[in-house]
Design a protein around this ligand. Structure first.
Ligand SMILES: Cc1cc2nc3c(=O)[nH]c(=O)nc-3n(C[C@H](O)[C@H](O)[C@H](O)COP(=O)(O)O)c2cc1C
Length: 249
């Protein structure tokens, strides 16, 4: 079979989350490359419906590490970027131009989230190509009121993702990347169909290294940890709060 592997594909396969960083600083040139690569991402209608907040202030990093479900490695990251889905900048432009405008709605927000996430992943891959590790922090979605205050977010600015960067420690470099689900459970053709119970059970086989893997036990534990847990409840409460600005009767 033809081997199509190239440097970009290698980067995609080799990238894994890095949660412990060495003391080595990221240079200004590297930061600029990461930010410039992020901005090269496609964006709906070339509107650039996002803003990247670079968190330079150490106290703010510390606060974010607490507000984002107490993850201390956030405070130790050498580069912290918050990707803001930004419906505010065009809304302001429409107002300044006295266009026949309306308030942003959920559809506008989702498009802005898509823009922001694509830019974030460009930043992640650019960092990987420079030998830097990174980790997404989904918990930036929590604590709407406090995050809004700390980052001084405007009404139509939503922090959809945070990514932290740094040089990986040798232990993190050696960590085995978690397995993905097999492609047959991730890709369908033409139209969607629900995965049957058998397919759902089979999908999880081989996920876990444990010999005594049991579907019920694994899924119930996962549900408690990730779906009905306090942080998952907080995440949903907080996102609902952000959404209030966009929901129109
Ligand atoms: C949207 C999103 C949010 C995430 N949030 C966190 C987080 O808050 N803390 C964390 O340690 N990892 C977080 N991760 C990293 C995932 O846990 C990780 O990508 C996943 O376990 C797969 O491992 P890998 O990235 O090493 O391949 C997040 C990843 C994504 C895409």
């Amino acid at each position: 079979m033809e081997n199509l592997m190239n440097e970009i594909l290698k980067c995609l396969y080799e990238r894994k989350s890095i949660r412990l960083f060495t003391e080595q600083e990221i240079t200004k040139e590297q930061k600029d490359e990461i930010l410039d690569a992020a901005i090269q991402a496609p964006t709906a209608g070339n509107q650039g419906l996002y803003t990247i907040l670079e968190i330079e202030n150490q106290e703010l990093k510390n606060t974010l590490s607490v507000l984002c479900d107490n993850q201390p490695f956030i405070a130790k990251a050498k580069l912290v970027l918050v990707f803001l889905a930004d419906c505010q900048k065009w809304f302001n432009a429409y107002r300044y131009a006295k266009a026949d405008y309306r308030e942003p709605e959920l559809g506008d927000l989702i498009i802005a989230c898509e823009d922001a996430m694509i830019a974030a992943q460009n930043a992640v891959i650019a960092a990987e190509s420079l030998g830097l590790g990174s980790c997404y922090i989904g918990d930036i979605l929590e604590n709407c009121e406090k995050i809004t205050k700390e980052l001084r977010l405007s009404k139509y600015v939503f922090p959809v993702a945070m990514v932290v960067f740094g040089y990986p420690t040798p232990q993190q470099k050696a960590r085995i990347k978690p397995k993905r689900f097999p492609k047959k459970y991730m890709v369908q053709k033409n139209t969607y169909s629900d995965y049957s119970e058998k397919e759902t059970r089979d999908m999880f086989l081989g996920r876990n290294e444990e010999n005594d893997y049991e579907f019920e036990r694994y899924i119930k534990a996962f549900c408690t940890r990730k779906y009905t847990s306090e942080f998952a409840m907080e995440l949903n409460r907080s996102v609902n709060k952000y959404m209030q600005a966009y929901k129109k009767e």
